[in-house]
Design a binder for this molecule. Structure first.
Ligand code: MLT
Ligand code: MN
Ligand code: ZN
Length: 309
């Protein structure tokens, strides 16, 4: 199975268009230790020819252009794409807006939780994915689904499970409990290659690791995990946004309640942070926070990073 990180940044990317924080200034200036990141997405292939996208970011056009494997090949017809399916983990702008890049009457399948499919159905702009070409299939929680699209069995299955989190920011209801969130608004995925039975976890958004999630991840070969923030209050301390990580629906990396500590007991062979926000000090390759994460066995995801499993 081939896994390619198309985008390792969180919503807004790195640098973010309107952000003048120290990290965004440094990456714009080309300072050593900083690399730009597009928004959160992954591509996976079992056969090296047909690909499944996991989340579709607003930067998808640029990500496809940077990934030769995602272009039509010479022997294809005049309209073709190796992208045969898209699986979305939530309704966040950084995870669904890229679907709009996939218009132009090309067959593929979109898989998402019922809650997210309902949001796509309610927003007519997504009708650019014409129903005659683009199937929409529900991901049932706790069940394993064989991924197929455009008539091709993609040799991958996906098990979706709910993780701690909340409804997408743009769908929040200020007057409802937990802003109107319900089960299925934030999914973790276990992605398995059918032929080899090799698997990994993709969890780009997660507000906390409870005992159930910890048990599920224990002993995994690879986990790609929510790396949004280093510290619960970093957005507030940097004057960027008056919200804690908890309020944003993201666990922080550091501290007694952070992901680094939680994973230290889980015996996961390879751990990669993805969905990294531009405020996170680990984006500086020479920072003490980067050193601390790496010393704990974490890799900091980069755009274009490829993993063979
Ligand atoms: C998030 O991950 O919290 C969202 O992508 C935030 C946003 O929509 O900007
Ligand atoms: Mn996001
Ligand atoms: Zn910034």
């Amino acid at each position: 199975m081939r896994i390619r990180i198309l985008g390792s940044g969180a919503g807004g990317g790195f640098p973010q268009w309107n952000c003048n924080c120290a990290n965004c200034r440094a990456v714009r200036a080309g300072e050593p230790g900083f690399s730009a990141r597009t928004q959160s997405s992954l591509a996976v292939s079992a056969n090296g020819r047909d690909w499944v996208l996991f989340n579709a970011s607003p930067d998808l056009r640029q990500q496809i252009a940077a990934s030769p494997a995602l272009a039509p090949s010479e022997q294809d017809g005049v309209r073709a794409s190796p992208i045969k399916a898209v699986v979305v983990t939530n309704g966040d702008v950084d995870h669904v807006a890229g679907l709009l890049n996939l218009r132009e009457a090309q067959p593929f399948t979109v898989h998402g939780a019922r809650r997210v499919l309902d949001v796509l159905a309610a927003n007519k702009i997504f009708n650019v994915l014409a129903p005659a070409y683009v199937a929409r299939e529900e991901l049932l929680l706790g069940a394993s689904l064989a991924i197929h699209g455009a008539g091709v069995d993609l040799g991958l299955s996906v098990e979706a499970f709910p993780v701690a989190g909340k409804i997408a920011l743009w769908l929040e209801d200020a007057f409802a409990a937990n802003y109107g969130s319900a089960e299925g608004d934030t999914l973790g995925l276990k992605i398995t290659e059918t032929a080899s039975a090799k698997s990994f976890f993709y969890i780009p958004g997660c507000a906390g690791l409870d005992a159930g999630l910890a048990a599920r991840l224990a002993g995994a070969e690879l986990v790609m995990f929510d790396g949004t923030l280093w510290h619960e209050n970093e957005m507030i301390e940097q004057g960027l946004l008056g919200k804690t990580g908890t309020r944003m629906g993201h666990i922080n990396m550091s501290g007694a309640d952070g992901s680094i500590e939680a994973f230290s007991k889980l015996d996961v062979a390879r751990k990669i942070f993805v969905h990294i926000n531009n405020s996170n000090p680990v984006l500086n390759a020479f920072s003490p926070e980067r050193a601390e994460a790496e010393a704990a066995g974490w890799e900091i995801g980069e755009d274009g990073m490829e993993i063979a499993l």
